[in-house]
Design a protein around this ligand. Structure first.
Ligand code: G3P
Length: 478
């Protein structure tokens, strides 16, 4: 109906002077669902300025008061779970039930940040000088954690709300202000989430949310001199950001090619259930999705059969109906996934199901007998396709896992705990799950990727620490 959602700064909802908007296409209907403001660079400059001013005051606000406001925002967010979830359904085609879960999980995350923050920021260190050679006990050092300033938060489309608050919560409790740049798909869910912070009564200018075209304000934001920290989750753009960003701490969570290594002694029913959950939930559009199965040849037939039986039961269709497999986020994403499937076909992979696509909806597909010369062996489809590579030794599996540019998570299935630990140690990934599919949560667990999968570590505690700096005061005694 032509309504364009406003952006948020200085505690108010505003229209961009550009007079332009960005359309958000519903992945299911493939028509324009919503429109958001296309903010200008000048507006970004103003937003940065107000974030800077608000932060100074916020840093002086007692920690317990900051925590109180975060708890309030968490409660309001949970109250508004229905309308926010509806946006997720329409903007990113996330199944309705999972969309509600995302909002509730986000509320819990914010509350946990408040609780964790008052503990870890409420403590500092006291050091004495005479432990270092040549020193008398004449210097006392007091340390505390101070905020960085303005945090730029850029979440991805797959968890627009949850991966926004996983940055906002830690940033705010630690005394930072915030500029949020939502993904285009998911922007309206983000704006609704910001409204919950608005209703909680945070000071003006502390939280800002700018929308717009990446080409216009993307680099402008990430290279802006007013930014003191960047927390980004997404794809290749992260690599470009890390090259262009100034001397500010970066927290990056990029792609993954999480391997699932299956040994002969694994509980194959458990493995099959986890391949379904890990590989196909949200149609494979998760950084931590199972993106390659490396199974010992002797149990491969049995495993593939079990997985296929479960694939056949997956409900395919619109997110409103809570289908397991829903349309992928965009047409270009669907085309990319199709390219990977075609490449595998040409090179002789076994298609356990027929390849089928209607619009952005791609039917779940298990590809057996995948070989290293196929793109799907290495690239991340971000779609409902899981490749299976048959291996003849554990070493072969570890080798494939470690040859990837990515190193987010991985998993190993075996009933031998000693083997599991040895394999975990050998896998070059930020996390290894034993007998379960990769996953980021619970949200206070550390979450990090090696190699091209990221910089730094997330999870509530690590993010709070990352968004602070140590400040020392040294008392010099006569
Ligand atoms: O970016 C991380 C996200 O894709 C994975 O999160 O909670 O699905 O493991 P989760």
């Amino acid at each position: 109906d032509g309504e364009v959602f406003k952006y948020y700064t200085e505690g108010e909802w505003k229209k961009s002077a550009s007079g332009k908007s960005v359309a958000i296409i519903n992945p299911t209907t493939r028509t324009t669902q919503y429109k958001v403001q296309a903010c200008t660079q000048e507006e970004v400059n103003k937003v940065m300025e107000s974030a800077k001013v608000a932060q100074k005051q916020w840093a002086k606000t007692p920690l317990w008061k900051r925590a109180e406001l975060l708890h309030k925002a968490a409660a309001i967010l949970k109250e508004h779970k229905a309308p926010i979830a509806e946006c997720l359904v329409k903007e990113i085609a996330k199944p309705a039930k999972d969309s509600v879960t995302e909002v509730v999980r986000s509320g819990d995350l914010i509350s946990y940040c408040a609780e964790e923050g008052v503990r870890i920021l409420g403590e500092g260190k006291f050091l004495v000088s005479d432990s270092f050679p040549g020193n008398e006990r004449t210097k006392y050092c007091l340390t505390s954690k101070i905020p960085l300033g303005v945090v730029l938060a850029i979440p991805p489309f797959n968890y627009p709300v949850n991966l926004a608050v996983s940055k906002i919560g830690p940033a705010l409790i630690a005394g930072n202000s915030l500029v949020l740049k939502p993904p285009t798909q998911g922007a309206v869910a983000c704006l609704h989430m910001v409204q919950c912070f608005h209703l909680a009564g945070f000071p003006k200018g502390l939280i800002n949310c700018v929308t717009g075209k990446g080409s216009e304000i993307g680099d402008f934001l990430t290279m802006h001199p007013g930014v003191n920290c960047i927390s980004f989750t997404g794809g290749d753009t992260g690599v470009a950001i890390s090259k262009k960003a100034g001397m500010v701490p970066l927290q990056m969570e990029l792609g993954g090619k999480d391997a699932c290594i299956v040994l002969e002694d694994a509980d194959l029913d458990l493995v099959a259930a986890n391949i379904i959950k890990g590989g196909f939930s949200y149609s494979g559009q998760r950084c931590t999705a199972v993106k390659v199965v490396l199974v010992m040849e002797s149990v491969a037939d049995a495993l593939v059969e079990k997985v296929n039986a479960k694939v056949a039961k997956l409900k395919v269709g619109p997110p409103e109906d809570n289908c397991d497999i829903t349309p992928v986020v965009s047409e270009s994403s669907a085309n990319f996934i199709e390219g990977l499937a075609k490449d595998a076909k040409t090179k002789g992979a076994t298609f356990c199901q027929e390849y089928k696509r209607e619009g952005n909806l791609i039917w779940p597909l298990l590809l057996d007998n995948v070989r290293p010369d196929m793109r799907i062996a290495w690239e991340e489809p971000f779609g409902p396709i899981v490749p299976v590579i048959r291996i003849n030794s554990i070493e072969e599996g570890i080798h494939h896992c470690n040859a990837s540019n990515f190193g987010l998570q991985g998993c190993v299935f075996t009933s031998d705990i000693n083997k599991a630990i040895l394999i975990s140690d050998a896998m070059e990934t930020g996390t290894v799950q034993i007998n379960s599919a990769p996953a980021r949560g619970p949200d206070h667990f550390p979450f990090q990727g090696l190699k091209d999968s990221g910089i730094g570590s997330q999870g509530i505690t690590n993010s709070i620490n990352m968004m602070t700096k140590i400040k020392s005061t040294v008392i010099n005694l006569p």
